[in-house]
Ligand binder design. Sequence first.
Ligand code: ADP
Length: 846
Amino acid sequence: MKRNEVDRNKLSPMMVQYLDIKLNYEDAILFFRIGDFYEMFFEDAELASRELELTLTGKSCGLESRVPMCGVPHHAYLPYLEKLVEKGYKVAICEQLTDPNQKGMVERGVIQVVTKGTLMESSSLDEKSNNYIGSIYDFSHCYAISYADISTGEVNTELINYDTEKLINEIIRLDIKELIVNDLVDRKIINTLRENYSILITISSSLLDDDTYSYIYDGITDVRVVNSIKHLLYYLTDTKKGNLTHLQKVNIIDKNKYLELDVHSKRNLELVETLRLKERTYSLLWLLDKTKTAMGSRLLKRWIENPLVDKKQIERRYDFISKLLTEFILKEELRELLNNVYDLERLSGRISYGNLNARDLIQLKNSLSTLPHIKRILEELEYDRTLEVLDDLYELLDKSINEDAPVTIKEGNIIKKGYSKELDELKSLSSGGKDFILKLEQEERERTGIKNLKVGFNKVFGYYIEISNGQKDLIKDEYNYTRKQTLSNCERYVTPKLKEKEDLILNSDEKSIQLEYELFIQIRDIVRGYIPKIQNISNIISEVDVLLSLAVVSESNNYVRPTIVNDRCIYIKDARHPVVEKVANFTYVPNDIMMDNKTNILLITGPNMSGKSTFMRTLALTIIMAQMGSFVPCKECKIPIFDKIFTRIGASDDLVSGESTFMVEMKEANNAVSNATENSLILFDELGRGTATYDGMSLARSILEYVHNKVKCKTLFSTHYHELTILEQELRNLKNVHVSALEENGTITFLHKVKMGPVDRSYGIHVASLVGLPKEIIDRATEILDIYENPKNKKEVYKQTSLNLDMAEEKHDVIKEKLKEVDILKITPLEALNILDELKKEINEN
Ligand code: ADP
């Protein structure tokens, strides 16, 4: 049954209410609270029952047939909600806003819409990554993207040239989970992002027009930036509905401040996840992450993805790492202290949004308690930022919140004794009452002589005196017992005295729980005022955590401090690939990477599997690590600052579906040569192999010439076209290097050592035999190789084969050979005719 097809007039009032609310949340699954359940109806119910494997039932609502329905219990709805959100659905939570026990229909309203990008706490929220929600605003001449992590409060905006590819690249690079786009954005972009990258997209052009959050863009004059932020904010406030004042002032991303890495570099260099399995393990991030806090881990990821270009800022990071490496004891002490620092960034989000509990405040208190020690150590290490110590907040939390407070905030036991006089009085009344009860039990036993007399409590009758059937005859009128309840084995009574105390106890219990809740809210509001300070502290702690992590990794892996030079020379002695050297179960062979002022291109030849692409990646990773402020894996490193890195390595991932690998390869090459400057680095691995040999070789060569003559940036170019190695004679700034291999008795040993000069032959067939291709194929390939290398043997070999080789070309060569042998001056006309006849026969043969 479809929602749009039902006759409203026949529906029950509650279903009409449902339809009205649902009208505003067409694109979400509506969790409609009825009593203890969130119910779903119509298409929502069908979808949710499928996705969540719930039983689909029906509800009679005045129509002939029942409306499809399914539900989840409200006290355990979270896993269901998370599952739907994980799958990319939006869920609107509709609550009962008035007391359901009162007369009349309960009012209902949506209190928030939960989506992938707006999660604040959830088991599916990775604590080590940011969870970005973003907006794209198309201004017809440029794009603005704003993106925020509402679990941490970070907000960023950047302007992007009017270039679709760039826009998509950036969204993917930032790993934005959900987007709001204005209605000018091209549908093709939307489809690509939705279908190829599973990004949840909402089309809306509304801008927030109230001033609550104007501090986020305070002082910004570029209206595009302001509009873009308001565009994002409209959606955020509309879905979250609660307080979001933990959102921080916007960070305007100036691309010129960072080393630009295209999305291919991020993926191919396996910076934050591996190419094939898409896992963090074995990525650069995995290797470098020895952080102690989740905030540190998130920041490290941002540093890896955004290396710096400012020498001063980079060296500031080196300086602190150097300091940490010399101050071993302080370093260890600091690391130990960071163990006690909680995720303050995400905590600020919860404080502001209001969904935090007393345990969070205890975590905050514990974190604050370590700050004075951290501050002292940072001063000793001459760290250049000042950590604020929030003693007053610490004291407040210390005197107010119980260490063993429960997760719920409405059941009391949150506030410490001594914090509120009023609360303590209520509690003593209640506990005094309880003491009274105990005493009363004793007194009544003595008065009546009934040893097993008990004073008990239940919710319906309150306090009672319980006497077993065998003893009830002992009760006398003068005791003033009134019978309340008869059970099979006993009777329950009350006395006026008991009732009087009961009121007092129950009232004070209820009142104290209510008061505790109010006090908690007051404290939370005070803490809210500290959010900017807490965020500042988190910034410093995360930076220190990352630098500590880099120091620890440098130390255990023998990295060195890079020297940044001003001329365009690369000098890296004994460079190592940081991840390969760590995970390999063989000895890693370090290689020098040297490119002086006169060398811009290294043309790398060598057998497959010899280590060409590892060599290229090593350079890129060394540069990225150096520019993010880390020490690097080698013996000595002198490098200039690079502005951009482009890579075309390994398998292509098609950015826009339906394109061939070769097409993608050429697009990436185009992107590199047209955007690179003299200060960039280009890595081209086997460029051109995706097309026919001559085609590919010609392209590779012309691209090399173009880079050499026009772009003039440092470039590593690996190739299996030996023919290209002669370029060294023609292009002044190109040098041949090769990765050596040792061939003995038909087997090949890779030495992984990069040496000057070109390689003398290809070892592809040996690699094929190493992986166990059938002997027949290997033998035949060896024969064919022989033909190519020694054209004279061709005819004989070809005749043995039924493989589809290029016969026309073979004949052409044979005829050419024969003609070469003819000396026209020495033959008679008849001989000439005979030769001609022979040649014709040759052509007609087969
Ligand atoms: P190519 O690009 O030449 O096909 P790769 O760079 O992919 O080769 O390297 C092939 C394998 O050789 C890698 O997986 C790695 O295990 C190993 N390797 C590469 N370089 C080195 C090195 N310098 N030392 C030791 N092993 C290496």
